[in-house]
Design a protein around this ligand. Sequence first.
Ligand code: GDP
Length: 296
Amino acid sequence: MAFEGLSERLQSVMSKLRGKGKVTEADVKEAMREVRLALLEADVNFKVVKTFIDRVKERAVGQEVLKSLTPGQQVIKVVHEELTVLMGGEQVKLNTAPKSPTIIMMSGLQGAGKTTHTGKLAKLLQKQNRRSLLVAADVYRPAAIKQLQVLGEQIGAPVFTLGDKESPVKIATEGVAKARAEGFDYVFIDTAGRLHIDEEMMDELRQIKAQTEPHEILLVVDSMTGQDAVNVADHFNKELGLTGVVLTKLDGDTRGGAALSVKSVTDCPIKFVGLGEKMDAIEPFHPDRMASRILG
Ligand code: GDP
């Protein structure tokens, strides 16, 4: 399970509260001090931590909570609700085009899991009888086109490529035209990533966006990179206007700082999480379920 570290810490704070028949304001303050430390250690953005703790305190020291029959449980409930809010509240679904195909642009830094998650999403949609065309617009990384072709073959989704000699903008535009002409439900544009954010990459992404007018611009980020992932999301969002985030490698993330900070910092919802290398290791992101997982 993801976030073992954070989970263990929070569960131990919560179990202390749960056991108490009477909970005082001082108990709540002490618990929140520990929660604050646990969140900071989990690499949650410090401003996000502050807002979170203030909100929980304000609600939890209210008379109706502390005077209730089960004050410990009530405080835990408040923490659960506020964690859910922090991660976006409601689950946010993929946008769909009023008229097919829905155009989805996949962006992200190299190694984040962009190509893998293009395949995973296409497979997920296939289970709902939706056909996807995968467009190989990463012409810089030599193995990228081949990787997408292998994934496409594995899940039974066709891949559109013009090789690595044409411009990514042209490939994306022609790919979308093909998806439209052939009645695909979804078209995924797998764009090029770099090791770091650079102007050239952003320029290319802006051009692809302008030419293809995607309904969904997803940023794929590696959850294990914590606040770096949040900063990348913030940057991409300001430059491109993201519609959603795919948070990958949650299976290896013991901390959870990115999952807890992305929505608050960028106001961009996490739509999916990646939980492994296999093609079905993907789940829609449910903030309330994630809060339950964390609090145990
Ligand atoms: P890209 O450069 O962003 O297209 O990244 P890739 O899709 O090639 O993925 C980079 C590496 O991360 C590959 O070895 C993937 O198998 C691995 N990977 C991708 N997503 C996940 C995930 O959710 N969990 C784990 N454990 N590995 C992943």
